[in-house]
Design a protein around this ligand. Structure first.
Ligand SMILES: C[S@@+](CC[C@H](N)C(=O)[O-])C[C@H]1O[C@@H](n2cnc3c(N)ncnc32)[C@H](O)[C@@H]1O
Length: 247
């Protein structure tokens, strides 16, 4: 896409530049595990209703195309499909995509496409997307690659298209980061089947790439987005953005 040109040598097997990371290797091993994936919905407890309303308020309707990157078990993709023309659920994990496919079939949804790919490798086809959505997935990439991913996302969208994202971001000054993290860890679940335990949250902090809002927001601007809404949780651990591609 727009970070490559025809001169860029590609890995002959993976069809990505030799200097690109292997997204599967950084996907979080649990997301590739059939047993974890089978219990993911109960653990995550994600209700997409509020996001669906936000997306409708931003113009989602029966004429629009939405791409859900890092779609997981497809909660948002499946909830928006009856309201959309075309929905593409993208994930690096075959186990996650198998769940999306099964649910789409059970629900009789014929406009959901499941594509194996990632932020750095998904190649959008068809007309440009009106919406790109991602929740709790971009933190799998370090900041350099987040910026590259954002540029690719802008490249999938039409001008004026909407990018809505939610993730774990610290929205506090650096001087408060330790306190914010400690109070988040103190509130961890002690039941792994219905939430994330302290050990899992520690793994997230140590091995994955949540960043500060004040590092991430300039990346959105660099990638060609204007931030229309930014919301930070009281815990200062979660943030959500609705952005528009302006160039
Ligand atoms: C915590 S789950 C979130 C799933 C879903 N978006 C949700 O909100 O429930 C993270 C998802 O991101 C996927 N993922 C990890 N690395 C990715 C990448 N580089 N590109 C796309 N998806 C990725 C994982 O396979 C997993 O399904």
């Amino acid at each position: 896409m727009n970070t490559l040109n025809s001169e860029t040598p590609l890995d002959p097997v993976a069809h990505r530049p030799l200097w690109y990371p292997d997204e599967l290797a950084h996907a979080g091993p649990e997301h590739l595990d059939d047993v974890y994936v089978a219990h993911y919905d109960r653990k995550a407890g994600f209700d997409p209703a509020a996001d669906v309303l936000r997306l409708q308020a931003l113009g989602l309707n029966e004429t629009t195309t939405l791409v859900d990157l890092g779609a997981g078990t497809g909660a948002l993709a499946l909830a928006t499909a009856p309201l959309s023309r075309r929905v593409i659920a993208v994930d690096v994990s075959p186990a996650m995509l198998a769940v999306v496919r099964r649910k789409a079939q059970q629900q009789g949804l014929r406009n959901v496409e499941c594509v194996r790919g990632g932020f750095l490798t998904y190649e959008h086809t068809g007309g440009p997307a009106d919406f790109v959505y991602t929740r709790h997935a971009l933190h799998q990439l370090p900041d350099f690659w987040k910026a590259i991913a954002l540029e690719r996302i802008a490249g999938m969208l039409r001008l004026g298209g909407v990018f809505r994202m939610r993730d774990l971001f610290l929205s506090c000054p650096l001087s408060q980061a330790r306190d914010v993290v400690e109070s988040w860890l103190a509130g961890a679940s002690d039941r792994p089947e219905v939430g994330w335990t302290r050990a899992e949250l520690e793994t997230h902090l140590r091995d994955e790439h949540s960043t500060f809002t004040w590092l991430f927001e300039p990346m959105l601007l660099q990638a060609g987005f204007e931030v229309r809404e930014a919301t930070y949780s009281d815990s200062r651990i979660f943030a959500e953005y609705s952005c528009v591609r302006v160039r």
